[in-house]
Design a protein around this ligand. Structure first.
Ligand code: UGA
Length: 455
């Protein structure tokens, strides 16, 4: 919305939320999320044509278009629990719009939703007894966290789905007009509603599939002596494959990939497409396996006993340049190490310590009888986090991790000192030179077939 406001000075954008705390933060100097470049844009347009308020009803009344961006988490109970999207928030929002609206509106699905949600929402909206006509559009968001401002300013594409009726086409044209303020027309794709809704799920499924594919190969590399980064590079030169999203890692995280694939799997299952469902489900299974493989490797290399040993996790966010921790692989790794009663030291340049604590509670990571304070310490200094630890495990690919003085870190650690590089970002040869035992995803671990040993 901030980017729309920036590029469309002729449009008034009002962001509403039922949570007053959240709105207060959006109106303050410290925005509630960290996203490079966002502060500047918000501060440039806030109070001019971008407003944050809790007065939802007034905003509904005065707006011609309403983007609904409420969360659609995976259902935890009932039919489809663990896979289907929970559409409660969406339906509540639609009902509220129908109740409050004083004239026709274009209601836009911005949240990622299962295919044919628009159908149900259209019915909910148009069931109002005042004969107000609502037109529904699907306009999924493809930005990635950490690069959001660039993704929004120069999007690969804008996707708008709508009904194939005169009113539907008119609504599509109105939204195209908004984006045309800064996006070249050839990048604005218009489709039917269901194609648009499905494309969002499929885009994320394909992206996640690439990561699971390369992660599966990383396991093979570790055994055979191939380097996964060299394999990624070699295959990425084929223009049909392309170089992006081929970084083997400790596993993908974030609020979207797993949720959206499970959603797709559920959708396929509900239409009886069991083989298709199983195919996509394997992407998630592979990701879980990769996370587990990483934490198992830590346990195994630390002589199969980590009880009471301090292990430093470098990074807690699910990727660099964000403070977001949703579904971060760090949670899985920390949880597994805690089961073995390791002492976890966490350093992340952007994640709020309160968030870490909250995540441990929400995911119930503390084993019975263990107190968070006794087992987990959050540091604001990476050197202090590593001090007296047996291992440093890189979970997030923050650039600053490459710049540290690893000789100093080595000197302060228990010996033998290990580095587990879950992102392949450090200089492994230099670390070995210092004295570290190094395990990196997709590289053989100090075995006879290591190319480092041969060179
Ligand atoms: C993802 C998609 O990339 C966006 O296009 C989409 O709009 C968004 O989900 C969404 O549906 O909201 P995001 O989750 O913000 O964006 O971040 P990604 O850059 O896709 O990274 C996801 C995870 O995959 C991270 O944990 C990242 O570290 C991991 N990853 C990514 C890898 O392990 N290897 C790679 O090569 C790339």
């Amino acid at each position: 919305m901030a980017v729309i406001a920036k590029h469309c000075p002729d449009i008034k954008v009002t962001v509403v939320d039922i949570n007053p705390e959240q709105i207060k933060k959006w109106n303050s100097d410290k925005l509630p999320i960290f996203e490079p470049g966002l502060d500047d844009v918000v501060k440039a347009v806030r109070g001019k044509n971008l407003f944050f308020t809790t007065d939802i009803d007034a905003a509904i009344k005065e707006s011609a278009m309403i983007f609904v961006s409420v969360n659609t988490p995976t259902k935890t109970t009932g039919v489809g629990a663990g896979r289907a999207a929970n559409l409660r928030m969406w339906e509540l929002a639609a009902r509220h719009i129908a109740k409050v609206a004083n004239g026709p509106k274009i209601v836009i699905e911005k949240s990622t939703l299962p295919v044919r949600t628009a159908h149900s929402m259209r019915r909910v909206l148009n069931a109002n007894d005042r004969k107000i006509e609502f037109e529904i559009l699907s306009n999924p968001e493809f930005l990635a966290e950490g690069t959001a401002m660039g993704d929004l300013t120069k999007p690969d594409r804008i996707l708008i789905g709508g009904m194939n009726t005169d009113a539907g086409k008119k609504a599509i044209a109105q939204l195209v007009w908004v984006y045309k303020h800064w996006v070249p027309e050839e990048r604005i794709l218009t489709t039917n509603l269901w194609s648009s809704e499905l494309s969002k799920l499929v885009a994320n499924a394909f992206l996640a599939q690439r990561i699971s594919s390369i992660n599966s190969i990383s396991a093979l590399c570790e055994i055979t002596g191939a380097y996964v980064q060299e394999v990624s590079r070699a295959i990425g030169f084929d223009h049909r494959i392309g170089p992006y999203f081929l970084n083997a890692s400790v596993g993908f995280g974030g609020s979207c990939f797993q949720k959206d694939i499970l959603n797709l799997v559920y959708l396929c299952e509900s239409f009886g497409l069991d083989t298709v469902a199983a195919y996509w489900n394997q992407v998630v299974i592979m990701n879980d396996w990769q996370k587990k493989r990483f934490s198992m490797k830590i346990i195994e290399k630390l002589f199969n006993t980590i009880s009471g040993k301090k292990i430093a996790l470098y990074g807690f966010a699910f990727k660099k340049n964000t403070g977001d921790t949703r579904e971060t692989p760090a949670l899985f790794v920390a949880g597994h190490l805690l089961e073995e009663r390791a002492k976890i030291a966490i350093y992340d340049p952007k994640v709020d310590p309160e968030q870490v604590k909250h995540d441990f509670e929400e995911y119930k990571l503390m084993p019975a009888g263990c107190k968070f304070e006794d087992y987990v310490t959050i540091y604001n200094d990476p050197y202090a986090a590593a001090k007296e630890s047996h291992a440093v495990a890189v979970i997030t690919e923050w650039d600053e991790f490459k710049t540290y003085d690893y000789s100093k870190i080595y000197a302060s650690m228990s010996k033998p000192a290990f580095v587990f590089d879950g992102r392949n970002i450090l200089d492994h040869a230099a670390l070995k030179q210092i004295g570290f035992d190094v395990f990196a995803i997709g590289k053989p671990f100090g075995s006879k077939i290591s190319m480092d040993d041969l060179s």
